[in-house]
Structures are given as C-alpha cells and as structure tokens.
Design a protein around this ligand. Sequence first.
Ligand code: 4NP
Length: 157
Amino acid sequence: MKKISILFVCLGNICRSPAAEAIFIDLIKKKGLTDGFIVDSAGTGSWHIGKKADARMRISAERRGLNILSTARQINPKDFENFNYILAMDNSNFKNINDLKNRNSSSNFSSIKKIQDFRSVFKDLEVPDPYFGGDEGFDHVLDILEDSVGGFLESIS
Ligand code: 4NP
C-alpha cells in the first residue's frame, strides 16, 4: 500500500507545526497506523533551520506525554510533488504556501488546506502563534491541535 504523506507548516517550524506533527505521529501510533504514513513539518521562514523545537513547546508537550523530535526546515517547491497533504497553521502560512507553489511549482499533487478546517471542539479558525506570548499559549496550541489534527485523521480514514 502506498503511504499517505503529510506536511504540517507554520512560520518558524519550531512551535506549532512540530507540535502538530508530534500529535499526528502519536495518534497514528495509538491506532496502529504508523506504517501507512510519512509525516513531516516545515516553516515558511528560514530563521530557525536546523534548530530543535522551542523548549517551551517541548516542555508543554512532554507534560502530556508527547515527544517533539523534529528539526526545523523550510518548505521548498519539491514538497509540492512529495506530500499528499500540506496543512497550514494559519491564514498567513496558507497564503505563503500557495504563493510559493504558484511561483515555483506546476505540480497539483498536494492538497493544501488549513488544519483548523478540521476542528470540532474549538472555535479557533487559526492556530495562534505562541512565540511572543506566555506559557499558557503553548498549552492552548496543543489543545486546539489535538482537536483539529484528530479531525483531519478522521477525515482521511
Ligand atoms: P511557529 O512560531 O511559526 O509556530 O514556529 C514562531 C517561531 C518563531 C518566530 C515566529 C513564530 N520568529 O519570529 O522567529
């Protein structure tokens, strides 16, 4: 069976998209679906390439049993040929991903969506950027991503 590939994308790839990636990996592991997926994350920006996820996000995630292991990278035009789904955390990421695609790739392979389109419990239409805020922002990001990432998996199952 061909694997389904999923790329979560935010701005820096050190807070929201690594968290979404870890939540998705944890969910498919619990459901025995790990072998069916390729999961990755990326940022639209380049500032944090090569860095581990923000320590505040890693600590908040660890408190709920989630290990964030990803290393930051920037989205690139090849991703539009390799990933079945590219999931943006907010409207700005969504616009930047589509602009990059329209300028650099003729491939229509990827389905580009906003992760909050798959929310059910939380009303947030975007995953808020927690980087410049307090610690509670990281927990809120995890709360809303547990909801919408789960909804996304259900939508493709
Ligand atoms: P992320 O958060 O997009 O969720 O990884 C941010 C991380 C870093 C910056 C902005 C947002 N920054 O400006 O460096």
